[in-house]
Write a protein that binds this ligand. Structure first.
Ligand SMILES: Nc1ncnc2c1ncn2[C@@H]1O[C@H](COP(=O)(O)OP(=O)(O)OP(=O)(O)O)[C@@H](O)[C@H]1O
Ligand SMILES: [Mg+2]
Length: 301
């Protein structure tokens, strides 16, 4: 459920758990242990953040997911919000807040700093007061917490530096006021994110491009989804050797490209698009050859 009027800097507010938010968590295939660490950190902060204030080195409630485009960072954040909300649901609902990092334009001197301060000291604490649990997502956090050491004063307005300082001060203020709020952040580019921000993170998860085994599972899962719509495709979904063969030919693909492969193979011919139940292993292999060929061309430019 999205609120109609959103506070400044916020692009979405949802109440979790909600059935229609099931899906993202299971759809992302990552190496063993990754989801467990993410979910464990989320539950610890949501469930025990207040109590842990008394220990030395309490959690900051901050998670950073970094990795190349299309590796499932945003989807995992959406998924873990729902998964953690489900675990803590007995104690009340969770507000899932999506921050718009581009709502704080750095070219407006002083403006972004004020906006960032208001976000952490007013908007987020006010939203956190609504329900027992709160998860905040800041996608593309490098837009907000630019690494000050490498942001030169010639190319970056002084305001960028001040905004990053404001983010750090804001994080500390938010942790002091709301130690049970979980802040999930993503970035394509850890090197652009301020070190002091990273050092506050309770968990920095580096997501790599999927290896062959993960690619095969992504392709298998996409075919299984298609087979629920067109049961005649079940034999393709149940053919791990085919998935492995396809995966072997799309080395270097990110998860998004691998997911798109199955639909791309259907879309290559109007008659297949009309009746996807006619999809064959040969169509899939032809589509992967074409897609891999495209990446060779792109790579040789
Ligand atoms: N590891 C994966 N397993 C399964 N599907 C994946 C995986 N990675 C990406 N995908 C697919 O790619 C789509 C895009 O993923 P998502 O937007 O979460 O990536 P991202 O890392 O946030 O990318 P960007 O950096 O471009 O924002 C997802 O909807 C998902 O279907
Ligand atoms: Mg993303």
């Amino acid at each position: 459920m999205a609120d109609v009027r959103l506070p400044p800097g916020i692009k979405g507010i949802h109440v979790l758990p909600a059935d229609h938010h099931d899906g993202p968590w299971d759809s992302i295939i990552v190496p063993p242990g990754t989801k467990e660490r993410l979910l464990g950190t989320a539950i610890l902060v949501l469930r025990h953040g207040r109590a842990l204030r008394s220990v030395s080195g309490p959690p900051h409630g901050l998670v950073v997911l970094s990795g190349p485009p299309g590796t499932g960072k945003t989807t995992l954040c959406q998924g873990v919000a729902q998964a953690a909300a489900t675990v803590v649901a007995r104690r009340g609902a969770t507000t899932f807040v999506e921050v718009d990092p581009h709502a704080f334009p750095s070219e407006m001197l002083g403006e972004s700093q004020r906006g960032v301060r208001r976000l952490f000291t007013e908007t987020l604490p006010e939203l956190a007061a609504r329900r027992p649990h709160t998860v905040v997502l800041v996608d593309e956090v490098e837009a907000l917490a630019v690494r000050r050491r490498t942001a030169s004063f010639e190319t970056n307005p002084v305001d960028v530096h001040r905004a990053t300082d404001a983010v750090l001060a804001g994080l500390d203020a938010l942790r002091a006021a709301c130690p049970h709020v979980l802040l999930l952040t993503t970035t394509n580019f850890t090197a652009a994110v301020d070190e002091a921000f990273l050092s506050r993170a309770d968990l920095v998860l580096e997501l790599d491009l999927p290896d062959e085994e993960v690619l095969a599972r992504i392709i298998g899962s996409s075919l299984t989804e298609l087979a629920t719509l067109w049961p005649a495709l079940r034999h393709l979904a149940d053919d791990p050797a085919l998935h492995a063969k396809l995966a072997g030919r799309c080395a270097g693909f990110d998860g998004r490209r691998a997911r798109k492969l199955v639909l791309a193979s259907v879309a290559r011919h109007p008659e297949l698009a009309e009746d996807p139940a006619r999809l064959t292993a040969e169509d899939l292999l032809a589509a992967v050859e074409a897609a891999a060929g495209l990446s060779t061309v792109a790579g040789s430019r």
